[in-house]
Ligand binder design. Structure first.
Ligand SMILES: [Zn+2]
Length: 89
């Protein structure tokens, strides 16, 4: 599953970032081998996620979000957190 997630991450052309019109919430469109999935932080449309709670798509999306968060300047974060020291140098 992790290999699948890394494979998805290695192919940025599979990802399209978008925002939900209703509430502006960001989501990703992921083109898998056989299907296209829609992912948000709390929901994935693929069967594997619904049945098991985790799948290569949700894992890849989580890894992508963590990667993007790590690149943020701490001053750009909306809320100061107790684990902010992780971002100091
Ligand atoms: Zn999935």
């Amino acid at each position: 599953m992790r290999a699948g997630a890394e494979q998805l991450l290695a192919e940025p052309s599979r990802w399209t970032s978008a925002r939900r019109k209703a509430d502006g919430k960001p989501f990703s469109i992921v083109r898998g081998r056989t299907n296209t999935y829609y992912t948000t932080a709390d929901a994935y449309t693929c069967r594997g996620f619904r049945e098991r709670g985790i799948c290569s798509h949700s894992l890849a999306a989580t890894m992508r979000e963590a990667d993007e968060a790590a690149r943020l300047n701490p001053s750009e974060l909306p809320v100061a957190t107790t684990f902010g020291s992780r971002f100091t140098r």
